[in-house]
Structure formats: C-alpha cells, structure tokens
Design a protein around this ligand. Structure first.
Ligand code: HEM
Length: 446
C-alpha cells in the first residue's frame, strides 16, 4: 500500500502498550486468546508491546501479503531483530533462522538440497520403520498421553534423518535437547541453576555431540542418505560448502524447527480424527480404494488426495506456530495506519485461517473445503499460511507433509484410538499449539 501524503500525519494502529518496560509480554504468555481478544477489540491491525519492543500484529490475508511482499523493502527479511534474546543466543549466530540477506539465501539454498523430492524419497523407508516401531509400542502401552509420545517419535525421526542418531529421545541427547528447547523463551539470566543457564549448558553439549558426529562422518567414504550426508555434499554455485560451525548450528535449527511443529501437527491430526469419525472412515476408504501395497513410496502418497485435504485442514484449524516477527526497516502505511521504523510486526496464521470472508464456517473441521471445486484458500493470496510465506517460508514443508502422510496412513489403516473422557482438550498456543492435557488416548489394533 503506497501513500501520497506524509506518513507522519497517519495515526498509529489502535491497541495498548500495557505496563512500562514489560508491556504486554506477560499477557502474551498467559492469555489463551491474546490475539483473538485484541482482534475483536481493535480489528485486523493493532499495536502492543512485547519483549521490550513496540509491536504491531497484522492479521488476515491482505496484511500477510503486504508483509511478505515487502520483506527487504519495509520489513527485515529475518527474525533475528524480533525474537527474544534467549532464542537468539541459544539458536546461535550461524543458524539459518538468524541470517539475513544474501547469506541467508546462500545457506537456505544449500539446506534446501536436503528437502528436494529425490532426497525425500530416500527418507521414506527409515520414517516407515520408526513409525511402525512406535505404533507397536503404543499398542503395547494401550493408554497414554499421546502428545509427549509424539514428541519422542518426531525427535527420533528427526535425529535419525538429520544426523543418523538412533533412539535419541530416550538418550542424553534427547534430555539435552529438551532442556535447551525450554530455554528458548526463558528469562536471559545465565546462571547454572536458571532455565536459561541450563539451556546454554545443554547447547554446548548438543553442539559438541553434533560436531563428533560430523567429524566421524567426514572420515567415511560415503556420506549416507540423511540430511547431514546431503549437507556435507552440498555446494553453492562457487563450489563453497557449509563450514563446521554452520553445519552444527543448522542441524540444531532443523531439529528445533521440525520437532515441535511436527509434534503439534500430529497431535492435532490425532485429535481431529478422534473427534470426526466420518473423516477417519473416509481416509480408510481412500486407502482401501487405492489398494496401496507396501513398501510405501512418494508415488503412493501423491495418490492420497483425500488424506492431503485432511492434513491441510488440520493445519488450517490448528496451525502449529502462532506467527513470527519481522523488524520494520522503513516506515510505511497499511490500511490507513502508520507502521513506524524500528517497531516489530507479527503475522498470524491462526487469525488468517479463521477469516469468515475466506473460509465458510471457519471454526468447523471440513476437509472438503479444499476440493478443487471449492478451493476456499485459493480466492485470495496468503489465505493459507501454516508454513509462513515470503523469503523465509518453511524449508522443511515437504518433509513435514511426508511425515504427516506416512504417520496417518499407517495409524489409520491398522489402528484405532479413542479420547479418554474428562480431559481438557483446549489448545494451548505456546510454544507450539498442543492439547491442554496432552491428549490422553486408548489405542488398540483394529
Ligand atoms: C520456517 C512452520 C516443519 C524447518 C518455518 C516458518 C513456519 C514454519 C511458519 C516460517 C517462520 C518465519 O516466518 O519466520 C512449520 C510447520 C511445520 C514445519 C507448521 C510442520 C507441520 C518443519 C520441518 C523442518 C522445518 C520438518 C525441517 C526438518 C524450517 C526452517 C525454517 C522454517 C529451517 C526457517 C527458514 C528460513 O529462515 O529461511 N516453518 N514448519 N520446518 N522451517 Fe518449518
């Protein structure tokens, strides 16, 4: 949106800065519907104050489109200046998430090589083996909290396919990872007994272990069919590869980016299918009609068009992430409001996906809204953004979709599950969307 009048004369978006210094940061963590409440009060664009910065939330398809289309022009193409300090420190300077400009593009290109179709095809059999092992384990357990089990499952898949480590979830590596991840949104006091201090300690241990793995792998004649193997071989146009520090921090970034989000997506899938038995049955019918023989391949997954719509609807109704920050590098105008330089802006998948001007009855779970005939998400660009958009759109998107499809196929075909009554199924938003009581289920073979 361009202006022909001085930006200075424009009003700031409505909203409240909250308390001095801390602003509305505590409300952001405590209030279940932080964004929705303010959206109802102020509309699609509102101001607040988070993590020490004046901040603007820009909700809806038009706002997301404006933001993603103007990265580098009005908004930073990175999150480094917008994320809380602990996240910045614990992720590390070399992490893709903290890079901007040409360095971000160079690293992203190298990393993307591990997520192309040919690479994904090589991951299917390992993913299938780990998934089957977990399904057998859950059958033996009978009753359990699925969210915490899904976190172990996705960590095992990620560790095996990223760095070739077996059964990481029940090892020191898994423990260090958990402590590190808990520090990302902590208070940045680096003492041995604080959350942040312990997370820093675990970051060193994780990076040291990853370094050992990289050095071992560099000695081997073949680099292996996992993300690290492909990253060791990856070269840019000038023949440059990733440095040891870059490799270590990229692997930690991938582990984080892919783990919480996927645990969230899978637990939402399990919840939605338990609550919508007709959809679970329709997934089964598609599987029977396709008569897919094992071993599963990417070709098989391509044919599962109904399942694809179900997964898409899961990520619409409960997007795992609640958006990401950008810094305003040049003042601009949106919808008649001034967006001042130096402020932060956030996009928000959830509010965008609940827009009743785009989605019919947005609260209801209805995979059919994505049939080619309805295609509700296609009416306006940026109406569907669970994986973000613009220059930082999720690099692991196809990996995530593959794991979701494989998990859904094997679990729906062979198993049944029911929700344990009396639990709180409300979705907690942070750090990633998850059921309040962790999704307690009874799980058995069909
Ligand atoms: C970025 C969502 C799975 C790796 C993002 C962003 C979103 C997102 C919204 C953009 C953040 C921003 O705008 O700043 C998701 C969801 C997933 C998922 C919903 C699962 C359902 C994965 C997986 C991996 C991964 C499995 C890797 C194994 C990344 C990386 C970035 C990213 C590296 C940063 C890209 C960049 O900075 O250029 N993801 N993600 N994600 N995602 Fe994912």
């Amino acid at each position: 949106m361009t202006t022909t009048y001085p930006l200075r004369s424009l009003p700031l978006p409505p909203g409240s800065f909250g308390l001095p210094i801390i602003g509305e940061t505590i409300n952001f963590f405590r209030e279940k519907d932080f964004v929705q409440r303010r959206q109802q009060r102020y509309g699609q664009i509102f101001k607040t104050h988070l993590f020490g910065h004046p901040t603007i939330f820009m909700l809806g398809a038009e706002a997301s489109r404006f933001l993603f289309a103007n990265e580098k022009r009005y908004f930073s193409d990175g999150i480094a200046n917008g994320v809380p300090l602990p996240t910045k420190v614990l992720m590390g300077k070399a992490s893709l998430a903290m890079q901007t400009g040409s360095e971000h593009q160079r690293q992203r290109k190298l990393l993307s090589q591990a997520f192309q179709t040919r690479a994904l095809a090589g991951y299917v059999s390992t993913m299938e083996e780990i998934t089957r092992n977990y399904l057998h384990k859950w059958e033996r357990m009978g009753h359990f909290n699925w969210y915490s089990e899904l976190r172990k499952y996705t960590l095992d898949v990620a560790c095996k396919l990223l760095v070739g480590t077996e059964a990481a979830a029940d090892s020191d590596f898994g423990e260090w990872y958990d402590v590190w991840a808990k520090g990302l949104l902590s208070i940045p006091v680096p003492l041995p007994w604080t959350k942040f201090g312990r997370a820093l300690h675990c970051r060193h241990r994780l990076l040291a272990r990853i370094e050992e793995i990289i050095l071992e792998r560099q000695q081997q004649p073949t680099t292996g069919q996992d993300v690290l193997g492909l990253m060791l071989q990856a070269r840019d146009e000038d023949g440059n590869s990733l440095s040891l520090q870059e490799l270590k921090e990229q692997l930690l970034t991938l582990l984080f980016a892919g783990h919480d989000t996927l645990s969230s997506a899978l637990s939402s899938l399990c919840l939605m299918l338990a609550q919508h038995l007709e959809v679970k049955e329709a997934v089964r019918t598609e599987q029977q009609q396709l008569g897919v023989e094992e071993p599963l391949t990417l070709e098989h997954f391509k044919q599962m068009t109904y399942l694809e719509m179900v997964l898409k609807e899961v990520l619409r109704v409960i997007p795992p992430t609640s958006g990401s920050p950008r810094a305003v590098i040049k003042p601009c105008e949106f919808n008649g409001y001034l967006i001042p330089q130096g402020w932060k802006v956030y996009y928000n998948p959830s509010a965008t996906h609940q827009d009743s001007r785009i989605y019919i009855q947005p609260k209801s779970f209805d995979p059919e809204r994505f049939t080619p005939h309805h295609a509700e998400d296609k009416q306006k660009p940026m109406s569907y953004i669970p994986f973000g958009g613009g220059v930082r759109e999720c690099v692991g998107r196809e990996f995530a979709k593959l794991e979701m499809k494989l998990f859904a196929t094997l679990s729906v075909r062979e198993y049944e599950w029911e929700l344990v009554p009396g639990q709180n199924l409300d979705i907690v938003r942070l750090p990633s969307a998850q059921p309040h009581d962790g999704l307690k289920v009874k799980f058995y073979r069909r």
